[in-house]
Design a binder for this molecule. Structure first.
Ligand code: F0G
Length: 422
């Protein structure tokens, strides 16, 4: 049983343990595994048996699916463990979106608070397998938090490149806490990504952005795990926020491979949702992907403030393979969706709420039917990016209708009574 890395542009094949993270021709690499020896029924049984077991590999919601992720991993995984995130149903959120059968896959329940841990457990495991001496990434904050944590666990020096002044405090503090060398780059995320690629080429640091195909192998398990939680009954739609497009790419690959392995019998449609101020992929979709676009990104959802997405071609394939759609939502729609998710006691970071805002919009436009079974992915935890709550809600006049402002009082019972209207 083995895997190869295949260039999406020139078709060159690299061995599984080749340390290059892109082809010499510049094309992105894709992992191809030998098909599992088990049929779909046996695989489903195997995954189900593993869910109850107590060893680290089987406890992980990534490594439980290792036949489709990294069949040759053996006992070498750098795992927290991660995954096992809940699939949540909340009538109030479903009602707001107009979708009674809406479920939320909450990836904020991962160890560092975002779905990035699923990619990093595989990416850092691969870094160790190829003998990397240092690892690096560019990030809007979540990737760097995850790399800092998994790199620390593996004992590897970590270098992260983040846009100065544009990363949420929660995320920045994680990278510092886990001990990563944290570079605040005077530029935006797209500048950081260019810089880290040059650094990796010139300085021999192992690159762990989602350009690295092993990251996507881990992120595929968001889809595998949610299908497992639905007893492999395929939903009609999976809706996710989109920035650099690694996740959109991973979702399509997961679905195509799950069908080929006999785990599911048809594909759900993917809906990728961008923030309106950072929506080059939505524009591309509207033009049937005739051209690749870049924009100068601006949005309150800092995690997806990306103007030149790296996994564009891979993500186009996902949209084509799944008869998917791409749309964009305004910052106001994102913040309203977040307020609804938060008020239900679930909570998520602003970028994550783009999926719920997008699901609602697509329902209003008649693309998603009211009776459709929809899974929206919440990609990050409510504590990750509290800036919108702490500044936008507090400073905007008049306050948004859902703003919840703190009330400062004197340390007297009568002041409490006054607040309570007694
Ligand atoms: N949601 C959150 C919370 C994210 O952090 C990201 C990406 C996305 C959605 C979009 O996923 O890039 O695969 O399309 N964050 C990256 C980072 C860019 O550096 O943390 P994508």
């Amino acid at each position: 049983m083995g895997s190869v890395q295949v260039c999406a542009v020139c078709g060159d094949r690299l061995s599984e343990l080749d340390p290059r993270t892109r082809c010499d021709c510049g094309g992105l690499l894709e992992i191809r595994h030998d098909p599992p020896v088990e049929d779909g029924t046996s695989l489903r049984r195997l995954f189900e048996e593993r869910w109850g077991q107590r060893d680290d590999l089987n406890l992980s919601g990534v490594w439980r699916y290792r036949e489709l992720v990294m069949p040759t991993v053996g006992d070498r995984a750098v795992t927290h463990p991660e995954g096992n995130t809940p699939l949540i149903r909340r009538p109030r959120i479903a009602e707001w979106a107009g979708l009674p059968h809406l479920a939320l896959k909450h990836e904020g329940h991962n160890p560092t608070g975002s779905f990035k841990d699923r990619g990093m457990t595989v990416g850092v495991t691969q870094a160790r397998r190829v003998g990397a001496t240092a690892v690096a990434c560019a990030s809007t904050g979540n990737t760097s938090a995850a790399l800092a944590a998994y790199g620390a666990q593996a004992g590897l020096p970590v270098l992260v490149f983040v846009p100065a002044g544009q990363v949420a405090l929660g995320k920045l503090s994680q990278s510092l806490a886990y001990g990563a060398k944290t570079l605040l780059v005077q530029g935006d995320f797209d500048d950081c990504l260019r810089l880290v690629q040059a650094a990796s080429d010139e300085l021999g640091v192992y690159l762990l952005n989602s350009i690295n195909p092993f990251r996507l192998e881990g992120q595929k398990t968001i889809v595998l795990e949610l299908l497992h939680q639905l007893s492999w009954q395929v939903p009609d739609w999976i809706v996710l926020p989109a920035g650099n497009l690694g996740n959109t790419a991973a979702f399509g690959k997961a679905l195509v491979e799950a069908k080929a392995a006999g785990l599911i019998d048809r594909l759900p449609r993917i809906a990728s949702v961008q923030a309106a101020g950072a929506a080059p992929f939505a524009r591309g979709f509207a033009e049937h992907f005739a051209a690749r676009h870049t924009v100068k990104a601006e949005t309150v959802a800092t995690a997806i403030k990306i103007g030149d997405p790296a996994s564009w071609d891979r993500a186009v394939r996902t949209i084509r393979d799944t008869n998917g759609v791409v749309t964009s939502v305004s910052d106001a729609e994102i913040l309203e969706a977040k307020a609804v998710v938060d008020a239900a006691g679930v909570g998520c970071e602003p970028a994550s709420a783009a999926s719920v805002a997008g699901a609602r919009q697509l329902c209003e436009r008649g693309l998603i039917g009211r009776d459709h079974r929809v899974v929206a992915v919440l990609t990050g935890h409510v504590l990750k990016d509290p800036g919108a709550l702490l500044t936008y809600h507090q400073e905007t006049e008049p306050p948004p209708k859902y703003a919840n402002r703190p009330i400062e009082i004197e340390a007297r019972l009568s002041a409490v009574a006054q607040v309570m209207g007694r």
